[in-house]
Every structure is written in structure tokens, then in C-alpha cells.
Design a protein around this ligand. Structure first.
Ligand SMILES: Nc1ncnc2c1ncn2[C@@H]1O[C@H](COP(=O)(O)OP(=O)(O)OP(=O)(O)O)[C@@H](O)[C@H]1O
Length: 291
């Protein structure tokens, strides 16, 4: 069990994360927030790459920074930008990392072959990585994070640059990996984790906003998400009055989805809230202009 206890992180005078409390057990946790919200900061603290300014992170009751190597033996980590050697094959690269971890070559070879099979790279085990797609490189990244068969797997924005097919494959793989370990994945893309995370963690204004199931988070907007059709020239006025979530052209009119708290109008249809609605609503100030 991993516990984040009242953790804050400051960079000089700037506070990136403030008084965060979290508890993790086995399963998949999605850390979802727009860029700059502090996901990487939190993840780097969980990976002991940086230390909290205040508070502590405990694994089975022990402070992870005191555990030192004993904690890192339990940890697999894929950073946002991971360094690999383009002229190496996945096998050469993983053998090199295994040697750094002090693994014997015979044991390492066996594990590496198994891992590359798990991430569906068996057929390119000896091919140079310079010809690999973004998705294939990310799968090598996952394989390196799994070298020590970690109990805790932490992936920072692992789907950046992947196409929809690769994203889907990635989701299957993560579900599989989270059956027997704690997996924490950070992303600003709702669809990456919506269908697979046991719990979603959202940070807003440096603090914890939600740590809950998708269903419970969505229920915070029950009865407040509507759709209706308006004329194109009403759109600007509508945008000023309501929190617009999405808009699309439909037979010369505009179909709009929006948040409204209070009395509804007759021609509005209330719709079940989706995680994307909560994300767009909660971060409407941060992501204005981005979407
Ligand atoms: N070493 C640092 N020194 C000063 N400020 C930092 C440092 N690292 C991060 N920050 C600031 O802390 C805030 C949170 O950054 P962080 O990288 O954790 O966000 P994020 O949610 O992971 O976003 P991204 O996905 O873009 O990295 C940002 O405002 C960032 O500029």
C-alpha cells in the first residue's frame, strides 16, 4: 500500500502541489489533469526522483526515501521522455539496462524475451529501434520499466504521440499489467484512462480535486449536462451564458452540449455526464484556447 500524506512541493517560491493526500492499492489509477497542473511533479515524487517539500510518501508504513534502493527495487518507471539508443535493438538495450541493474546475462535474456513478447515486440527483438514507430518505442519503454517485475509501475504520459490504434493496444496492456500490481498513469487525455482506470485522480489549483471511480466523478454533474439545437447566429450569445462543452454543425444548425445549474429550458435534453464533461468543466479556465 502506497500512501501520499499531506504532500506539498515547492520550486523556490512557486508551489506546484499543495497538501495532497492519496492512497493506492493494486489496480490502475489515472492521474488526469491539463498540462502544467503538477502531474509530473507528483509522479517524480512517487518515483523518488524529487522529494516533497512537506509531508511524506509511505510504502507499507515506511517512508520511501528512507527505503532508498529497497523501494526502487519495487518500482518500474517510464518517464515522459525516456532515453534510448536508436542504433540498439530492444534486446541489446534491455540487456544493457539489466546489466546496470546487476542482473546476470542468462537470467536477463530469459526475462527480456518474455517481456518483449508481453509488449508484442517479439518479431523485432533484434531490429534497430531507429525504424520503430512511436507506439513501438513506448512499448520498449514499458518493457524496460517491467525489467525488475515491479510491484509499482508508474508511467508519465505514456500515450503521447501514439495513434488511436496504438492507444487501444496500450489500454489492453495496462489493464493486464494492473491485475497484479499498482499501476499509476498520468495523462491529459480522458479517453486514455476513462475505460480502464479503477480510480481517477484529478488535481486542480495544486490540490486534489477528485480521487474516485469514473462513475462517482461523473455523478457530480448529474442533471447538469444538457444538449440542444440552436441557430448558428445564437451560438455566440449561448457561449456567453453557458459553459459550453462541445458544439457541432447539424443540418445548418448547431448541436451544443453544455453545463447548466438551475432551471432548464423546455427544448433542452438532459444527458448522462461523461468524464470528458467533468474534465472540460473543471479545467475550463486552464484549457481555454487549447481545445
Ligand atoms: N524544476 C522546476 N522548477 C520550477 N518550476 C517547475 C519545475 N518543474 C515544474 N515546475 C512548474 O510546476 C508546475 C507543474 O509542473 P509539472 O511538470 O508537474 O506539470 P504537469 O501536469 O506534469 O505538466 P506537463 O505534462 O506539461 O509536464 C508547472 O507550472 C511547472 O512550470
Amino acid at each position: 500500500m502506497l500512501v501520499v500524506k499531506d504532500v506539498s512541493k515547492q520550486y523556490g517560491d512557486f508551489t506546484a502541489i499543495e497538501s495532497i493526500n492519496l492512497e493506492f492499492s493494486t489496480g490502475l489509477y489515472g492521474l488526469l489533469a491539463p498540462n502544467g497542473a503538477g502531474k509530473t511533479t507528483l509522479i517524480k515524487m512517487l518515483a523518488t526522483l524529487i522529494s516533497p517539500t512537506k509531508g511524506e510518501i509511505l510504502y507499507n508504513g515506511k517512508n520511501i526515501s528512507d527505503m532508498d534502493d529497497r523501494y526502487r527495487e519495487l518500482l518500474g518507471y517510464l518517464p515522459q521522455h525516456f532515453g534510448y539508443y536508436k542504433n540498439y535493438s530492444p534486446k541489446q538495450y534491455l540487456l544493457y539496462l539489466a546489466a546496470l541493474k546487476g542482473m546476470g546475462k542468462k537470467e536477463a535474456l530469459h526475462i527480456i524475451e518474455e517481456l518483449l513478447e508481453k509488449v508484442a515486440l517479439s518479431d523485432v527483438i533484434n531490429k534497430k529501434m531507429k525504424k520503430f514507430s512511436g507506439g513501438m518505442i513506448q512499448r520498449v519503454g514499458i518493457a524496460q520499466a517491467l525489467l525488475n517485475n515491479p510491484k509499482i509501475l508508474i508511467l508519465d504520459e505514456p500515450t503521447a504521440g501514439l495513434d488511436p490504434k496504438e492507444r487501444a493496444r496500450f489500454r489492453h496492456m495496462l489493464t493486464d499489467l494492473a491485475r497484479e500490481r499498482l499501476v499509476i498513469i498520468s495523462t491529459h487525455i480522458v479517453s486514455d484512462i476513462e475505460s480502464i482506470a479503477n480510480e481517477i485522480i484529478m488535481i486542480k489549483n495544486k490540490r486534489l480535486l477528485y480521487k474516485d471511480s469514473v462513475e462517482n466523478i461523473c455523478s457530480s454533474l448529474n442533471g447538469n449536462v444538457f444538449e440542444t439545437t440552436i441557430a448558428y447566429d445564437q451560438l455566440e450569445d449561448f457561449r456567453l451564458k453557458h459553459s459550453l462543452l462541445s458544439e457541432k454543425q447539424e443540418y445548418g444548425n448547431m448541436r451544443v452540449r453544455f453545463i447548466h445549474k438551475g432551471e432548464a429550458e423546455r427544448n433542452w435534453t438532459v444527458v448522462p455526464p461523461q468524464l470528458e464533461d467533468v474534465f472540460l468543466y473543471e479545467y475550463r479556465d486552464e484549457i481555454e484556447g487549447e481545445v
